[in-house]
Ligand binder design. Structure first.
Ligand code: NAD
Ligand code: WQD
Length: 334
């Protein structure tokens, strides 16, 4: 069964392509590599042994994308392609509204025209803002977004839900990812941060390998056990598998779902740093700095709904994630 994967050369998209193939789906990648590199496509071939149809186009180019729909006739779409840097979105909101929302609307016109049955949207725990309590459930109150990026995920969900209500035979899922980390154990695909990373794990691995001098832990005076922020870090392959299970479910129902994808466990920044050093037997240069504006003190998932609906659970541990991220960094740098 053919699945169009926008952003299929990206961090989460590439791992999902591998899991789709393992589960007998046929992914079709649309990605113009604005945040990836062509060697990822080559490495997908090395991992899967399959030549995956790949279109290097902007998914917002409706004319070119129509040609792909005509040729490939996908039955489902997983829509990863988006811009995702929180800080950049504050400085350049139109870039985010354009790619994450205008292009999404254009994509949906083709969903209708080409009768695509099922659609999976990459949403984010960022839609919850600062939650009133943790673990956070899907029905938690959606607060005002703290960045244009977060706003595009809230509005993206709404646009899709409104639209799919008009398509009675189609099905939709919003997957709200918590903090995806890790990489493929082969070390052939992983996250490609462009420039100075703002996310924790690439900053750790780049510091450990000597690309950065020192990791700054943003704040150790939070009301948590060790004073540092708590997140729900999830291995990217576990996240990829959630997409496969979701698609299987969507093809058998006409449901519209919202699912948290997180392990259900919170880990503090200091715990991640300590486990990284222990698992990889390496000393990390780090210091404590002030809080980062906009950071949520603690957030992790209530994942009972995704367990119940699609029988998903995380298989990889935090240690696995940190071992695989380190292997990826080593392969990237050598
Ligand atoms: P990524 O940047 O690695 O992957 C996105 C891919 O989409 C890139 O390869 C990029 O080249 C491509 N792309 C972007 N705009 C495009 C366009 N107009 N046309 C064609 N290709 C385009 O990001 P990721 O981490 O894999 O994230 C995937 C999705 O998951 C995004 O929607 C992101 O907002 C969401 N998400 C990510 C995280 C995270 O921490 N990584 C957390 C929650 C949600
Ligand atoms: C994790 C923790 C930092 C870097 C972001 C987006 C969110 C979602 C996932 C897309 C925090 C601390 C980090 C550093 C540090 N993406 N940290 N030193 O902020 O939870 O979420 O990515 O939807 O929308 O906001 O992830 O990896 O940036 O930070 O101490 O150099 O690590 O303060 O506590 P975050 P992150």
């Amino acid at each position: 069964m053919k699945i169009l994967v926008t952003g299929g050369a990206g961090f989460i998209g590439s791992h999902t392509v591998v899991e789709l193939i393992k589960n007998k789906f046929q992914p079709i990648i649309v990605d113009d590599l604005r945040n990836s590199k062509s060697f990822i496509i080559d490495n997908l071939y090395k991992i899967t042994g399959k030549k995956i149809p790949y279109y290097a186009i902007d998914f917002g180019d409706t004319l070119k994308l129509s040609e792909v729909f005509k040729k490939e006739e996908p039955r489902g779409i997983i829509h990863f392609a988006a811009d995702k840097a929180v800080n950049e979105s504050i400085n350049n909101p139109l870039k985010y509204y354009n790619n994450n929302l205008c292009n999404l609307v254009n994509l949906l016109s083709l969903v209708d025209k080409f009768k695509v049955q099922s659609f999976v949207f990459s949403s984010s725990c960022t839609v919850y803002g600062v939650p009133n309590s943790v673990p956070v459930k899907e029905n938690a109150k959606i607060k005002e977004a703290s960045s244009p990026y977060g706003f595009t995920k809230q509005v993206g969900e709404k646009i899709l839900s409104d639209f799919f209500k008009t398509l009675p035979n189609s099905s939709l899922a919003h997957l709200r990812y918590f903090n995806p980390i890790g990489a493929h154990p082969s070390g052939l695909i992983g996250e490609l941060p462009i420039g100075l990373p703002s996310n924790l794990i690439p900053f750790i691995t780049q510091t450990a390998i000597g690309k950065r001098e020192c990791l700054t832990i943003h704040g150790n005076d939070y009301n948590t056990l060790d004073g540092t922020c708590i997140r729900d870090y999830i291995h990217v392959i576990d996240l990829a598998n959630a997409h496969v299970l979701t698609l299987n479910h969507l093809f058998n129902t006409a449901e519209n779902l919202i699912l948290n994808v997180g392990t259900g466990n919170g880990a503090s920044v200091l715990k991640v740093v300590n486990r990284f050093q222990e698992v990889n037997n390496i000393k990390l240069n780090y210091k404590f700095g002030p809080r980062r504006p906009g950071d949520v003190p603690a957030i992790y998932a209530d994942n009972s709904l995704i367990r119940e609906k699609i029988n998903w659970s995380a298989k990889f541990t935090l240690d696995d994630c940190l071992e695989h991220s380190w292997k990826w960094e080593n392969n990237l740098s050598h």
